[in-house]
Design a protein around this ligand. Sequence first.
Ligand code: ADP
Ligand code: MG
Length: 588
Amino acid sequence: MAGSYLADLASQVTFLIALTVSLNLLLGFAGQMSLATAAFYGLGAYTCAVLTGQGASLTGQSLFAPQLPFVGGLVGAVLVTFAAGLIVAAPAARRVRGDYLILLTLAFHFLFVTVTSTWVDLTGGPNGMMLPPLSLFGFEITTTDQAFWMVLAWAIAVSLICWRIGASPFGRILRGVREDEVALQALGKPTVWPKSLTFGFTAAIAGATGAVSAAYMQFVAPTTYSLDLAILVAACVALGGAGNIVGSVIAAVMIGSLRPLLENTGLFSSDTAVPWQTVIYGVILVLCMVFRPAGLLPEGIGFASGRSRKTLPGEPRNVVDLKRTEKAAPGSKRGDAEIVVEVRGLSKTFGGLKAAQNVSFNLRKGEIVALIGPNGAGKSTIFNLMTGAICPDEGDVVLRGRSILGEDPCRVANLGMARYFQHVRILEGLTAIDNVALGVPDQAGEKLSRVFLSPVAVARREREVQVEAMHQLHNVGAAGYAGETARDLAFGQQKLIAFARLLATGADVLLLDEPTSGVDPRSAEQIIELVRALAQAGKTICIVEHSLHVVSELADRIVFMDAGAVVGEGTVAEITGRQDLVELYFGT
Ligand code: ADP
Ligand code: MG
């Protein structure tokens, strides 16, 4: 292809932009490290080459050469890389994390390199293969200048798409996945599919970029799709700022234009420019890690944040609102209110330790049951068993007459039973209001397809979600720091945010694991007040507490556990009247 050096350079930079931006969606937003970028890029390029070219064999007897037009090659590349992304994601989505994910994607990279360099009949092996001149809908693209505009349009489209995803409720789910999957599942949000979809989707973007680049260069060879490239793209994400799409574009432009600058300044000969490049990239990366660990543009800076802090919505509403939503029938005694949850004979041993032994109790509508007992009694374990976080050895959990044994935490939350974690599990890298927004159920924008197909409905629902999240922040008295990143808040404040997040789920059975411990007395009073109001509004509440003050303020009934078993059950007066239990309680 004839054309200018500058256009060629600019095209290389734009390819790098597309790859960086898509990897950022996977790495920066969803927190999934991948070294398979170059492999997906190459897989797309090869797919396009095989589908549009005249085949690999020099003898003219190629294995497979349908000679489709470029658009056919592009579509093929997207489909193949999307499928490959889902396949790589299959183990990653459930079990494989962190370092193992790096190894898994690295293995995929080497598999790709091996196949392309050895399957000579299909790929031409180390010699690579040619592609026909690029033509798009009958319009021949003959110069690099023309091709550059096409490539640029592609990079802009990719950047806008990734930016849109990042700023959408789906992007919020991805950031939640990055921070704490368990917390997200407990809020009733699926994590496996969004993660897999992001793998597939970003692989498809890399693949399509590969197809465009192959058609542009009219040639593919295994060496183009090296591990260096995968690492370079990851470095660009780190340099620009994980979770910031604009940062990725800037970093890709900076890094991408470094080589020709080096080559043309006359400082280095063209032989030494390449090794020097590697040194300079390395130095930039190290400096970046030392001085700007979050990248040039950290998450939430610039217009990539999706929302400015000034536009936080919401009117202060009072806790008392809750009481209005659903009033217990006047005169109804809690003792004969409907049974909402039945815990039946739950047992669980951890390698010989009996954490739960034949535990049974009921929770009635509008009732507050306190689950108390010394440390290690098995209280948190009971909550884990009730919500499907762990599977009991024996026993059953029945929610509104239906067994929920074997359901996962996400499903249990969606069925209306949600928990508050003893260890808070705040999503540290997200703002307070984003934490709470993740609790709100039924969000249109959490489906990737709807983000693009029904943007108006998504935007409308998102406004409601923001109002609801703000309302819940007001309820716990934490509206003042809605825009703060959760990591920067004090522990007590984080607990309030976690409480607001739980309320946002709208679940009517609430399992509260030590919500007031570590909270300052004023905030603790606020939580006590809130829990009482929630029960009056008809919610069913089970609370684990150490503070006898909180228990006596709130509990209609106490279930006392010790060493995994229920050793007493009754009203506050009945339990405090039993000398053995009081000794157990204060003996710890
Ligand atoms: P509590 O919340 O009443 O303080 P827990 O339910 O957290 O007590 O723990 C009960 C016992 O079970 C403790 O001895 C704890 O070490 C053990 N335990 C809890 N979860 C696990 C687990 N996943 N694996 C092994 N042991 C566990
Ligand atoms: Mg506990």
